[in-house]
Design a protein around this ligand. Structure first.
Ligand code: ITT
Length: 191
């Protein structure tokens, strides 16, 4: 257990989900906002690279162990897009109805509806050690978007084995089966 762990994300929805996974990993949790730390540019070309650069920047700025998530929505018919650009497809207004419509428009009449959410987590320790994991939750695209829970692309994704979208199922259920839930499980196994 860490005395204090920095959660290196500026996304309030991710922080909300983190709470359900963290348990007793640390005695105290702090956020970038709590410490007035900036978010670095995401210049990596993979989920792991981006999570690593967020975690390392936060660890170096604070001296604390820091945990970062890089995640995205990968559509098979779009060769994995929007992928690491998932947040950027929503534009500066962070309007995910625009991002979801773009996915729908670019898919056209494509018969392959397969998609996945991907989550890379990197824990950067003050001694320079890195613990890195990446997991995915597979499913299918639905249109029009459905449901009011969750965030981002949740309303257009039906996880495998379910009939409701990630935005229709209760948060407790999403947080058992999601890419982020699987990644936290893998991270805890490595610790
Ligand atoms: P931080 O970098 O500060 O953590 P961010 O929102 O910029 O926050 P990312 O660069 O990792 O995070 O972008 C991930 C995007 O992928 C996110 O904004 C969502 O649009 C989408 N995404 C990730 N996980 C999701 C989930 O569980 N449900 C819906 N969309 C998700």
């Amino acid at each position: 257990m860490f005395p204090k762990l920095l959660l290196a994300t500026g996304n309030a929805h991710k922080l909300e989900e983190f709470k359900s996974f963290l348990g007793d990993m640390a005695a105290e949790y702090v956020t970038l906002k709590d410490l007035s730390l900036p978010e670095p540019d995401e210049t990596g070309t993979t989920y792991i690279e981006n999570a690593r650069l967020k975690a390392v920047a936060a660890m170096q700025a604070s001296g604390l162990p820091a945990l970062a998530d890089d995640s995205g929505f990968a559509v098979e018919a779009l060769e994995g897009a929007p992928g690491i650009y998932s947040a950027r497809w929503a534009g500066s207004n962070k309007d995910f109805s625009v991002a979801m419509k773009r996915v729908h428009d670019e898919m056209g009449h494509e018969v392959n509806r397969g998609a996945a959410f991907i989550c890379a987590l990197v824990l950067a320790l003050p001694d320079g050690k890195l613990i890195e994991v990446q997991e995915r939750a597979t499913g299918e695209i639905t249109w029009p978007p459905r449901g009011e829970h969750g965030f981002g692309y949740d309303p257009m994704f039906i996880p495998q084995g379910y009939t409701q979208s990630f935005a229709e199922i209760p948060a407790e259920v999403k947080n058992k089966i999601s890419h982020r839930a699987l990644a936290f499980r893998a991270l805890k196994e490595k610790l």
